[in-house]
Design a protein around this ligand. Structure first.
Ligand code: 13P
Ligand code: SF4
Length: 314
């Protein structure tokens, strides 16, 4: 089937089935362009919680589909490729995280949204990179906190808030492998360029960044900045919206350490294709299910996150 035919069929199916297509910024540009909404992890959760659609197709990774299902259990939630996982979520198995939590009693447990439903069920408040600072700030100064699973984000939030949260030792394979050396070489070639980095990047990279923020924050910064050139240290899918919103600006993807490719992509995110999106809408599979016992526990920390975010206008 040709691309234009696939697009036509997707449009027909979503109308017939009252389906909404939500896409993360790291998806292929053709998926971003056909989606009803493109956003960061927080915005996708907010959309999933409020949509009137009967079906949500979450073009992102598995934990994003789970979060949508946890928030909207009466809806059917699909992701185009069931194998689209997340190295960060994988770095935090629920049984090991439960033991970690048990060994530090009287701690509030904060988990990044990039976790399985089972880890969220062990959590007091979920965060995304957009609201992690505000969530931590909302807790009393002397509160003992466990933060997992991203140690780079945790370390960055510790620095921003003056806390000493206990960190789980996990990283995202994409953000952990940017090459500082290659980024600094690019900066020499483009001395006017600002370095924009996601807080999942290691500390040595954040130290040279001109702006640190979630995908939506990086996009907003680039759009409102008077500067014209940017080196972007997050998954390269975000460049599509950056370029779309700022056609006259130059966006240079930050290169990874050990690759011949100039940009850094999340192979899980890229498992989703336009064709798989079409098949998923047509065949109504693969579907996301969350055990009700886990869902009831996991929904509380996600709702707490949404409440705090709303308080801060996020
Ligand atoms: P945000 O969408 O919150 O910026 O997170 C990026 C990410 O790694 C999603 O997997
Ligand atoms: Fe997970 Fe990293 Fe891919 Fe995001 S970019 S889905 S954190 S592996």
């Amino acid at each position: 089937m040709k691309g234009s035919e696939i697009i036509q069929n997707i449009n027909q199916l979503r109308r017939d089935k009252n389906a909404i297509i939500l896409a993360h910024y790291y998806q292929d540009s053709e998926i971003q362009d056909i989606a009803d909404f493109v956003g960061d992890s927080l915005a996708l959760a907010q959309w999933a919680a409020k949509t009137n659609a009967d079906i949500i197709v979450l073009c992102g990774v598995h934990f994003m589909g789970e979060t949508a299902k946890i928030l909207s259990p009466e809806k059917r939630v699909f992701i185009p490729d069931f194998k689209a996982g997340c190295s960060l979520a994988d770095s935090c198995p629920a049984d090991k995280f439960a033991k970690f939590v048990e060994s530090y009693p009287n701690h509030t447990v904060i988990s990044y949204v990039n976790t399985t439903a089972a880890v969220k069920a062990l959590t007091d408040i979920v965060v995304t990179s957009t609201n992690a600072k505000q969530v931590v700030d909302s807790l009393p100064k002397d509160e003992k906190i466990i933060f997992g699973p991203d140690k780079n984000l945790g370390d960055y939030i510790n620095k921003l808030t003056g806390r000493n949260m206990l960190l789980w030792d996990g990283v995202c394979h994409v953000h952990a492998q940017f090459s500082l050396e290659k980024i600094l070489a690019l900066k020499k070639d483009y001395p006017e360029a600002l370095i924009l980095a996601h807080p999942e990047c290691p500390k040595y990279l954040l130290e040279v960044a001109d702006h640190i923020g979630s995908t939506s924050s990086i996009l907003k910064f680039a759009t409102t900045s008077t500067k014209k050139q940017f080196i972007v240290a997050t998954e390269a899918g975000i460049l599509h919206q950056m370029q779309k919103e700022n056609p006259s600006k130059l966006f240079i993807p930050a290169p990874p350490e050990d690759s011949t490719c100039a940009c850094n992509e999340c192979f899980y995110m890229k498992m989703n294709t336009l064709e798989k999106l079409y098949l998923c809408l047509k065949n109504e599979t693969p579907e996301i299910f969350v055990e009700e016992e886990i869902r009831i526990k996991a929904v509380k920390p996600i709702e707490r996150m949404l409440e705090i975010s709303a308080r801060y206008g996020l």
